[in-house]
Design a binder for this molecule. Sequence first.
Ligand code: FES
Length: 143
Amino acid sequence: MVGHDVPVDRCFSRRGLLVAGGAGVGVVALAACGGGTDVPELTGVGPGDVVVPLSEVPLGGAHEVSVDGRRVVVSRPAEGTVVAFAARCTHQGCTVRATEEGLVCPCHGSVFDLADGSAVQGPATEPLAPVGVAVRGTDVVLT
Ligand code: FES
């Protein structure tokens, strides 16, 4: 694999907002964003379960979580819009990360759109697979 020197944060915003904080929600242990390298792990979750508090998904940015061992990026491209995608790059399967530049694959540099997961820069040409989420109260939940 070819590595690119891409700055990585679990949470990012095009406005440069990093959301710090943590919360325990059911079986979810959420670490603070912007520090460390761990991604919050969720296990044994299903429809209706909390993925992340909405306040931890920055407007114009994304938040990474792991759902039953599968990395997911939850993005908030606009106020009132939250979507999520499997973070498995559609080029050769590397893990896409939330960076200051967007949803970026560190292996060969593909970039994916925050709003619809489409490939905006190759070599990937196919969009990221969607993950069903919705906003329920102050939380983002699986659907
Ligand atoms: Fe090649 Fe992601 S695996 S760009």
